[in-house]
Design a protein around this ligand. Structure first.
Ligand SMILES: [Zn+2]
Length: 301
């Protein structure tokens, strides 16, 4: 199980269809670490219990439940957290179930996280005069809900651009790339610059754009930046259409257990030694500082 933006958006959409309008009857926390921002488990429970879900949003890999008192229940899924819908307490609890929310007229919502890096917290309603300092990259956005989400949840204000919630033209993308001497993959993986992108989709985006992962950001030509900008939007939209990628020993699944199938459309990720779909050269794999990258040595330069 691993999450990037398309997987978390798939979870958000499924929950949105299913539990908006339902009330959080009881909240049971079995692992205190999961609600570590609150002083005690009881503090967290009291803020969430009895509230009704008005809508469900997302920013990066965070799912945001907007509650009826104006507060937000935020679930930072990280790379391994996910939700499971169950009919009730009789269903066997999966290993690493950290939080169980009982919904009125509608079973349970369980938060499961093998890595224990994910967390849940309640962000209180915003006072009217609050000014939230959002990240300098997010400020480049010219549309979408991203800025409003950061205003409502200051805990997420540091996050960089979200491909779906923030709108940025290729020219602003160019300004970001040209002001950085990071490798282009490293830049795209930095959550304070781009939120919700991970190694799988970045490798696919860079293949789609014909750009090598280790190119220095400010060396990209205008044409390459335009291709990269289009590649980011297209690959992420396509992956969402396919409900994310599911493979490996614990494949990604939405809260109802439904898997995605974008893994069938991958061109480079986890395809080491297999022929490139365009030029037939074997796909290569390199690891630098614990980040593994797959790429075509001929099509990407
Ligand atoms: Zn190739």
């Amino acid at each position: 199980m691993f999450n990037e933006l398309p997987e978390v958006e798939t979870i958000r959409a499924a929950l949105s269809r299913d539990i908006v309008g339902k009330k959080l009857k009881t909240v049971a926390v079995t692992t205190g670490k999961t609600v570590r921002r609150h002083k005690t488990v009881k503090d967290f429970r009291e803020l969430a219990e009895g509230r009704t879900i008005k809508s469900i949003g997302r920013l990066g890999t965070n799912i945001i439940f907007v509650l009826d008192d104006g507060s937000r229940l935020v679930a930072e899924l990280g790379t391994g957290g996910h939700f499971q819908r169950t009919k009730g307490p009789k269903e066997v609890k999966a290993k690493h179930t950290h939080v169980v929310i009982t919904l009125n007229q509608g079973g349970e919502l369980r938060f499961i996280d093998e890595t224990s890096k994910g967390e849940l917290f309640v962000s209180p309603p915003a006072p009217e005069d609050r000014v939230v300092e959002v990240s300098k990259y997010a400020r480049l956005s010219v549309g979408g809900d991203g800025l409003a989400i950061r205003q409502a949840v200051p805990e997420l204000a540091h996050l960089g651009l979200d491909v779906l919630e923030d709108q940025v033209g290729w020219d602003r993308m160019a300004a970001i790339l040209r002001s950085s001497d990071l490798g282009v993959k490293e830049l795209l993986l930095t959550p304070e610059i781009m939120a919700g992108l991970g190694s799988l989709y970045v490798d696919e985006i860079l293949y789609n754009s014909g750009i090598r992962h280790d190119r220095i950001s400010d060396s990209l030509s205008t044409i390459e930046i335009r291709r990269l900008h289009r590649g980011i939007t297209e690959i992420i939209a396509d992956a969402i259409k396919h409900h994310g990628s599911s493979f490996g020993p614990t494949p990604f699944a939405d809260p109802d257990g439904k898997q995605g199938d974008f893994q069938q459309s991958l061109h480079v990720y986890a395809r080491e030694g297999l022929p490139c779909g365009q030029c037939r050269a074997p796909i290569e794999r390199v690891s630098v500082r614990q980040v593994t990258t797959y790429f075509c040595p001929k099509c990407q330069n």
